[in-house]
Design a protein around this ligand. Structure first.
Ligand SMILES: Cc1cc2nc3c(=O)[nH]c(=O)nc-3n(C[C@H](O)[C@H](O)[C@H](O)COP(=O)(O)OP(=O)(O)OC[C@H]3O[C@@H](n4cnc5c(N)ncnc54)[C@H](O)[C@@H]3O)c2cc1C
Length: 404
């Protein structure tokens, strides 16, 4: 049997590999000229354990993220032969509660205590599944002196250590892309735009030629085009959604300057710093880096990098926004940054109001996953974190001949 996988992002590539390793032939369709060239490599690579989602006190999002995060490194070990503890990861993130946070320090502290209990249970069977790290260690709140040394207390009310790390998505894409490209059961068709699908066939356009082909099963892993192609299969979302175009800025930290901590500022339209041991540094600041929104069925084809003046002002706004909070960033304000890049992509989520609305659905991410109807499977990864887990779920379902 041959299965069509639509979209060669992280979700599509992981699913293609999980299917191929179960002895199933795969045709992987991708409209770009390369696999893993869009959102899969335009993100900060944080493998979310759930710390970010204090706005979901039901803990449903935390439970979902934890399952994905604890399955991430084992997937890479199983299919790419990478020993989890050897994969390059960032310094673990400190969670920084902003004084304008949508949740008080007490609320965030209570949420983190509940998170810690959940993580202890979730990781008990495989204590080192998360990149060889101990995720069950108690959460530590920084002293006032520690906070004051690293952050501006006029903006920061509290800081908590967490074990959460990021992987370098470009490095991961290189390793995964190499395995996909040489796998005997995976045929990659680049430059193929998927225009429609149902539970038995896929329609594509390539070099102006339209073609519809039959397949035993179809997996829709198209991220920003997923809902539009689901609609051609007669499957409606049944609720509002929002696409947000978000960018991030990367560079090599200047030699000789003290490094910033990895820091995630919660809860609201703030930002993050991701610091890697090799001096790679990633910054994102919501007010400067989120530039477009759409609730169309198919959002515009947004550029992966902003051009000219727009890019320059995004870098300046991001550095300035974060430097007001993170002391280590102050010396790089206005400085020439070595190896500077700006990359971005759409974030797809349920909801119709932005992150500054505390009740926005954007603050939770549990209603995601593999939706199957006969031989048609549509995967909403919600986050990069979830892609390997959902690939396994989908491939197992198809291998067992099932839909639901
Ligand atoms: C700035 C930013 C930061 C983020 N940070 C994190 C983070 O720290 N942690 C985390 O877990 N998640 C993060 N995310 C979310 C994460 O990147 C996405 O959830 C994930 O990458 C989406 O899945 P994907 O990799 O398969 O998507 P994509 O890479 O977009 O894959 C979809 C593929 O489908 C192709 N395609 C689309 N339409 C068609 C069509 N009609 N025909 C053929 N091919 C088509 C695209 O070209 C693309 O290659 C972030 C996202 C952004 C934008």
């Amino acid at each position: 049997m041959t299965v069509a996988v639509l979209g060669a992002g992280l979700q599509g590539c992981c699913t293609a590999l999980a299917l191929a390793e179960r002895g199933i032939d795969v045709v992987l369709f991708e409209r770009a000229g390369a696999v893993l060239s869009r959102t899969a490599i335009a993100n900060e690579g944080k493998i979310h354990l759930g710390w970010m989602y204090a706005a979901d006190p039901s803990l449903a999002t935390a439970r979902t993220m934890m399952r994905g995060a604890l399955a991430f490194a084992p997937f890479l070990e199983r299919y790419l032969g990478i020993e989890a503890a050897r994969l390059p990861t960032s310094f673990p993130a400190a969670y920084v509660v902003h004084r304008d946070s949508q949740h008080s320090v007490a609320e965030v502290g209570g949420y983190f205590a509940a998170m810690h209990d959940l993580l202890r249970t979730a990781s008990a069977a495989r204590p080192h599944a998360y990149f060889g790290r101990d995720v069950a260690a108690p959460v530590r709140r920084w002293s006032d002196a520690e906070l004051d040394a690293a952050f501006d207390p006029r903006h920061v009310a509290a800081v908590f250590d967490t074990p959460e790390v990021a992987i370098d998505p470009v490095d991961l894409a290189r390793r995964l892309g190499a395995v996909i490209a040489t796998h005997p059961r995976i045929e990659i068709r680049l430059g193929h735009e998927v225009t429609a699908a149902d539970d038995g066939s896929v329609a594509t356009v390539a070099e102006g030629r339209t073609r519809r082909e039959p397949f035993a099963a179809i997996v829709n892993a198209l991220w920003e085009s997923r809902l539009a192609i689901d609609a051609t299969a007669g499957i409606g979302a049944g609720r509002p959604w929002l696409y947000r175009l978000k960018y991030g800025v990367g560079f090599k930290w200047p030699a000789g300057l003290p490094r910033p901590p990895s820091a995630t500022i919660v809860s609201g339209p703030f930002g993050e710093v991701v610091s890697y041991p090799d001096a790679t540094t990633y910054l994102t600041w919501y007010p400067s880096c989120v530039t477009e929104m759409s609730s169309e069925m198919q959002p515009p084809y947004w550029p992966a990098s902003p051009e000219g003046a727009a890019g320059r002002s995004m870098v300046a706004g991001t550095v300035d926004g974060l430097a007001a909070i993170v002391r280590a960033l102050a010396p790089i304000r206005g400085a020439e940054l070595d190896g500077l890049w700006i990359k971005g992509g759409p974030i797809v989520a349920w909801g119709n109001t932005d992150i500054d609305d505390p009740r926005s659905e954007l603050h939770n991410r549990y209603d995601i996953g593999v939706h199957s109807q006969g031989g048609y499977h549509s995967i909403d990864p919600g986050k990069l974190t979830m892609a390997p887990l959902f690939a396994e779920v989908c491939a197992s379902r198809i291998a067992q001949g099932g839909g639901q």
